[in-house]
Design a protein around this ligand. Structure first.
Ligand code: SF4
Length: 259
């Protein structure tokens, strides 16, 4: 791209930043260029077939207490979740939303709260309105693809009226989440919103007090941040969200977009 056009574009995007809209989420060309400049080990790779568990390495011992799920492979765990009736959320669900993305050592696992209406219809996490914003942050902001990371929720079935999962529902479902994390062994976990922060970090405080600081979960670094649905209601908070994602990018050696 010619330098003059690049400068004009940068100035324009900077103006968007001032309005609280991280410009990088809209810079599609720049995102492509940045992806090409990623370190070898962090470049997007082809998604592994979800059914080929034989390719998975043996899971590390992350120190979880043994459970009925401890010996299950990814596919077996998913199969179990698809027929699960461990809590009342099974009654109103259309589909179980187990998780989606790279299942062999993803750089990042994002953990949200629970499926919404669109997710429940399609069986995929973060595909509604908040999901569009979320996907833009991953692809146009971080320079990754959805299939380079893994995305799941604390509860795999939609809570009625999109309410927050109740403590007993989260408790019933988190063994699936913990086994997922044990099998996936991501470099970093990003929790989205308070219920995910509680499930992973065990911190029962407002997300705005906890976000932006590193925590640890069984040896895996954790960055709590805001839920994309919150950002739709509070666009000014996108700056905090973006700042947290950039901390993760630094940790993973991903190149930040030019200021
Ligand atoms: S939310 Fe989790 S524990 Fe409850 S029925 Fe669905 S898969 Fe089972």
């Amino acid at each position: 791209m010619p330098e003059t056009i690049r400068k004009d574009l940068a100035a324009h995007l900077q103006r968007l930043d001032v309005e609280g809209m991280p410009s990088e989420w809209f810079a599609t060309k720049q995102s492509t260029e940045r992806t090409a400049s990623l370190p070898e080990e962090t470049r997007p790779v082809t998604l592994a077939p979800q059914s080929d568990s034989a390719e998975l390495e043996a899971p590390a011992d992350l120190g979880f207490p043994p459970s009925e799920m401890s010996a299950l492979t990814y596919d077996e765990l998913r199969e179990m979740a698809l027929g699960c009736r461990r809590c009342r959320l099974c009654e109103g669900r259309n589909m179980v939303v187990f998780g989606d993305g790279k299942i062999v050592r993803p750089l990042i696992v994002f953990v949200g709260e629970g499926p919404g209406a669109e997710e429940d219809k399609r069986g995929l996490p973060f595909v509604g309105r908040a999901g569009e914003l979320f996907t833009g942050a991953i692809t146009k902001g971080m320079g990754l693809r959805r299939e380079d990371v893994y995305i799941c929720n604390v509860v795999k079935c939609r809570p009625p009226e999109n309410r927050t999962p109740l403590p007993d529902e989260a408790a019933a479902c988190t063994p699936y989440l913990y086994r997922q994390l044990e099998l996936l062994r991501p470099r970093v976990i990003i929790t989205l919103g308070q219920p995910a922060q509680l499930a992973i970090c065990g911190i029962d405080k407002g997300i705005t007090k906890v976000r932006g600081q590193w925590h640890e979960f069984h040896g895996i670094k954790v960055m709590p941040t805001l839920h994309p649905a919150y950002l739709l209601r509070n666009p000014a908070a996108k700056k905090d969200f973006w700042s947290d994602l950039q901390m993760v990018m630094d940790e993973l050696g991903l190149k930040r977009p030019p200021a």
